[in-house]
Design a protein around this ligand. Structure first.
Ligand SMILES: *[C@@H]1O[C@H](CO)[C@@H](O)[C@H](O)[C@H]1NC(C)=O
Ligand SMILES: *[C@@H]1O[C@H](CO)[C@@H](O)[C@H](O)[C@H]1NC(C)=O
Ligand SMILES: *[C@@H]1O[C@H](CO)[C@@H](O)[C@H](O)[C@H]1NC(C)=O
Ligand SMILES: *[C@@H]1O[C@H](CO)[C@@H](O)[C@H](O)[C@H]1NC(C)=O
Ligand SMILES: *[C@@H]1O[C@H](CO)[C@@H](O)[C@H](O)[C@H]1NC(C)=O
Ligand SMILES: *[C@@H]1O[C@H](CO)[C@@H](O)[C@H](O)[C@H]1NC(C)=O
Ligand SMILES: *[C@@H]1O[C@H](CO)[C@@H](O)[C@H](O)[C@H]1NC(C)=O
Ligand SMILES: *[C@@H]1O[C@H](CO)[C@@H](O)[C@H](O)[C@H]1NC(C)=O
Ligand SMILES: *[C@@H]1O[C@H](CO)[C@@H](O)[C@H](O)[C@H]1NC(C)=O
Ligand SMILES: *[C@@H]1O[C@H](CO)[C@@H](O)[C@H](O)[C@H]1NC(C)=O
Ligand SMILES: *[C@@H]1O[C@H](CO)[C@@H](O)[C@H](O)[C@H]1NC(C)=O
Ligand SMILES: *[C@@H]1O[C@H](CO)[C@@H](O)[C@H](O)[C@H]1NC(C)=O
Length: 623
């Protein structure tokens, strides 16, 4: 027993930690729609994907239509979805985050005719209370990927799907990755980035996608469309490409080992993109990050130096350093325009043509809408979980007002976060004891819990709610006497408590006999309760010690955040270039490409029979 105790505690730690929490890299990786409480490890990345039941309580699971089932492993993520036919707003809540740091949040959508209706939906995505993107599914067999980089203000974040009356929202996958604050300096508390494309120049294999573990931040680096690459040729190196000290974009070395240069040495590198309209913004503002590294060892008299131009106006001049990743970005978004033409051309002094290793292009999204007070929101989520309240209790409790939770009233101060000032859960079928979370709704003025099946005693923490004026506990199964703090508030007239019709309540000592009869029962309850508390305390202590030993992720993040000097160059202007178009569908890949990927990784494309595999693997039999 003594020997097995640590193991038991360890197991308990895992049980307690595994639910809805980041793993030790801080990653949260969800495969929406797989059976509840299951998980699997992705063959390629070794990332563990969890079912989504611990993150949302809306919607239902569906398998994609048979002809779109890619296989048991690999692209397993796109075999099933969670769909939300009910409710205007449905959300995922990702917990145990570090408030105030940057996160990459990525949602993926593969329709695959899961409902057999062949009906492609359009819906809106929100990060917390801020608009993220319009999801416009225009093909059954395409994976749509939406990625944002934002500062998360609380220790949790919600990702919400909004039904706009244009089809049922659904989702295939949801990822969250923490980023050190030195990365993506364009991102701050009020402004985030929405990825348009992240391209690795060089490889001609279209299906090649570099991600975790090559990229420790698990960004996806796709290749450009080879049909528009005829002006370019690849150069590459097998040597390691190092980061500059304090590089603020951390491109993975595998991406920086390849580059393109014009096939005709006197030509330019040109590519372009067009703005993707959003419902509230037909021409979003864009920004780009250009990654460069010299891959050739230059002789003394050789030099490589080039201009980066946007729509014919120079953004800056750059000289790549040998086997060192560096980059440029513009601290201001580019001027809004109907097309963005980039051209990179050699300066008069340069003996070598220009090159480029990678580019990331983002539009700017506002994250200026402020959510409900963090503690109020967390408390409401805890209350919702405890009493399994359904109603419309999804997403932020107060914001936007049109989606505010039923049964509560919020105040909306002009210069601070919304607060919950009244909560009326009368006749709501609540059972169990009164949650101490009510005591964390610090702005509460009115609390009505009448006509439920609440048991146990009245928690004295309620007396510490400074603004509480009415507490209605009528018609429950509460027992014990009224705690002294509340009595005091009753006596000084600051709190009106209604507690009639609680058969076991002893008020002024007169009806306590009933309660005394139950004292034996109380012992039966108390002893196991004490045991549970004891075990919980020991476990928590054990878990804490264990975590301390491992070094909490927060600390390492903070340390990394302190790295700040940068050798990256900040460009001053914005401009625009020319016309070799990079393909814009970088957030998605076609089913054909999926096939290629699956082929490449020898994944089983079983049941659909779309692809003839050289060595067909046996059909997948579940588990
Ligand atoms: C999805 O398919 C699997 C096996 O192919 C099956 O076990 C599961 O019940 C299906 N899920 C739904 C929601 O139909
Ligand atoms: C969705 O995309 C299609 C094709 O690009 C376009 O025709 C349609 O207008 C878009 N829907 C919305 C609501 O913007
Ligand atoms: C975020 O950056 C934008 C653009 O530089 C700036 O206008 C805004 O004030 C910044 N917000 C905060 C909270 O620093
Ligand atoms: C290379 O480009 C220059 C300038 O655009 C042009 O004059 C020359 O003919 C090109 N050479 C070849 C081989 O295409
Ligand atoms: C660089 O120097 C080498 C000899 O050291 C010479 O052969 C070559 O032509 C020179 N190149 C240029 C561009 O001056
Ligand atoms: C290269 O770009 C610079 C800066 O925009 C410009 O002055 C120059 O004319 C360009 N050269 C060519 C050959 O396009
Ligand atoms: C070219 O070289 C000369 C002499 O080294 C220098 O003065 C000039 O600034 C350089 N021009 C560019 C565009 O780098
Ligand atoms: C809050 O803003 C509204 C409208 O902007 C204004 O009418 C109201 O007086 C403001 N309230 C306070 C307390 O500043
Ligand atoms: C609270 O809700 C109950 C039942 O839903 C209702 O009868 C009562 O009037 C409400 N209280 C207030 C102050 O709105
Ligand atoms: C108490 O709640 C039940 C449902 O939970 C409801 O049917 C009943 O009318 C309520 N009684 C009062 C007095 O509000
Ligand atoms: C970008 O290039 C295309 C093709 O050359 C051209 O039609 C378009 O006007 C250019 N855009 C801008 C803003 O210069
Ligand atoms: C994934 O890994 C498992 C176990 O190693 C293996 O049986 C399976 O064939 C792999 N699947 C793919 C698609 O590589």
């Amino acid at each position: 027993m003594e020997r097995s105790l640590p193991w038991l505690l360890l197991l308990l730690c895992f049980v307690l930690q595994s639910r809805a929490q980041p793993d030790n890299t801080g990653f949260i990786s969800i495969d929406c729609g797989i059976p509840p409480k299951t998980s699997y490890v992705d063959n390629e990345t070794k990332i563990s994907y969890a079912a989504d039941d611990a993150f949302t309580d809306g919607g239902s699971n569906h398998n994609v239509s048979l002809e779109y089932v890619v296989g048991p492993r690999g692209s397993q993520r796109y075999d099933n979805v969670r769909a939300f036919p009910n409710g205007a707003r449905n959300c995922y809540t990702l917990r145990s985050l570090v408030a105030g740091i940057k996160y990459l949040i990525r949602a993926t959508f593969f329709y695959g005719n899961y409902d057999g209706l062949n009906k492609l939906p359009v819906f809106h995505l929100y990060i917390g209370v801020n608009f993220w993107a319009m999801v416009n599914i225009t093909s059954l067999g395409v994976v749509y990927r939406y990625e944002a980089i934002v500062v998360v203000p609380d220790d949790f974040v919600q990702v919400c799907l909004i039904n706009i009356g244009a089809g049922t929202p659904f989702i295939s996958g949801l990822d969250l990755r923490p980023l050190e604050n030195r990365l993506y300096p364009q991102v701050n508390a009020t402004q985030g980035l929405l990825l348009l494309m992240r391209r690795n120049f060089g490889p001609t294999d279209n299906s090649l996608e570099i991600r975790y573990p090559d990229d420790p931040h698990d960004r996806f680096w796709g290749t450009w469309d080879s049909s528009s690459s005829n002006d370019w040729k690849e150069i590459s190196t097998a040597s390691r490409v190092d980061y500059s000290v304090g590089d603020i974009f951390d491109p993975p070395t595998a991406v920086m080992q390849t580059a393109v240069t014009p096939r005709n040495a006197s030509d330019n590198i040109r590519f372009s993109w067009e703005p993707v309209p959003q419902p509230n913004d037909p021409t979003p503002a864009y920004t780009a990050i250009f990654h460069f590294s010299e891959l050739e060892l230059l002789t003394n008299n050789a030099s490589r130096e080039f201009y980066i131009n946007l729509n014919g106006e120079p953004l800056g001049v750059y000289t790549p350093k040998h086997l060192t990743a560096g980059g440029t970005y513009d601290s201001e978004p580019f001027e809004r325009t109907s097309s963005y033409n980039i051209s990179i051309n050699a300066t008069a002094n340069s003996t070598l043509p220009p090159l480029i290793n990678a580019v990331e292009i983002f539009s700017i999204i506002s994250t200026a809408v402020i959510s409900t007070d963090s503690q109020d929101a967390s408390s409401m989520m805890a209350i919702k979980d405890k009493y399994q309240v359904k109603k419309n209790w999804m997403g932020d409790p107060c914001i936007p007002k049109t989606f505010a939770w039923d049964k509560l009233t919020c105040s909306y101060p002009n210069s601070s976060r919304a607060r919950i000032i009244s909560l009326n859960l009368s006749s709501s079928g609540l059972s169990a004891d009164i949650s101490s979370s009510f005591g964390n709704l610090k702005a509460l003025q009115y609390l009505d819990l009448s006509n439920n099946s609440l048991t146990g005693s009245i928690p004295d923490v309620l007396s510490q709610l400074p603004s509480l004026r009415v507490l209605d506990l009528t018609g429950n199964q509460l027992s014990g006497s009224i705690p002294s703090g509340i009595l005091k508030r009753i006596q000084d007239g600051s709190l009106n408590v209604r507690y009639g019709n609680n058969p076991n309540q002893c008020i002024n000592g007169n009806s306590c006999k009933a309660a005394k009869k139950k004292s034996k029962l109380a012992i039966y309850i108390v002893i196991p309760a004490v045991l549970v508390v004891l075990i919980a305390s020991v476990t928590t202590l054990f878990c804490l010690l264990r975590r301390k030993k491992q070094g909490p992720m927060n600390n390492s993040l903070k340390q990394q955040n302190e790295r700040s000097t940068s050798t990256s160059h900040v460009l001053r202007n914005s401009g625009y270039g020319d016309n070799v178009s990079l393909r814009l569908e970088n957030r998605r890949f076609t089913y054909k490409e999926l096939e290629k990927i699956t082929n490449k990784f020898k994944r089983v494309l079983g049941r659909g029979g779309f692809v003839s595999h050289p060595n067909p693997a046996p059909p997948y039999n579940g588990t």
